[in-house]
Design a protein around this ligand. Structure first.
Ligand code: AMP
Ligand code: ZN
Length: 113
């Protein structure tokens, strides 16, 4: 996608702090962290949001969750973490390339605001 911030980040056209990458997924540090550890995990392929997941692309979401487990191991997040996906306007999504926040290293409250 030509004008997508996260496509450009995954392609290295906009700098980011890489946390993890494989053939399907790219993970980088959130620029405005909401926890001491805050990664953004995206599929390389441009999917707009969770509302656009289909039988054709859902294997990429499975790859995102495989990456979650690998990053948790890599970063020593044995105490736990939270994965958040904001979808659409009411969900608070601000970037139109599906992404999963991986938050850790503080006690996260529930329910969220
Ligand atoms: P959301 O509000 O769920 O769409 O999340 C978008 C996230 O992307 C926010 O947490 C932002 O802080 C983060 N973000 C926006 N631009 C950048 C960037 N250039 N590098 C890293 N994270 C970014
Ligand atoms: Zn994109």
């Amino acid at each position: 996608m030509a004008d997508c911030l996260f496509c450009k980040i995954a392609a290295g056209e906009i700098p980011s702090t890489k946390i993890y990458e494989d053939e399907a997924v790219y993970a980088f540090a959130d620029i405005n962290p909401q926890a001491p550890f805050h990664a953004i995990i995206i599929p390389h392929e441009h999917i707009v949001s969770a509302a656009e997941i289909t039988g054709e692309n859902s294997h990429l979401i499975a790859k995102v969750y495989e990456a979650v487990a690998k990053i948790a191991q890599q970063e020593g997040l044995q105490k736990g973490f939270r994965v958040v996906n904001n979808c659409g306007e009411d969900g608070g999504q601000t970037v139109g390339h599906i992404h999963f926040h991986l938050l850790a290293r503080r006690n996260l409250q529930w329910p969220p605001g």
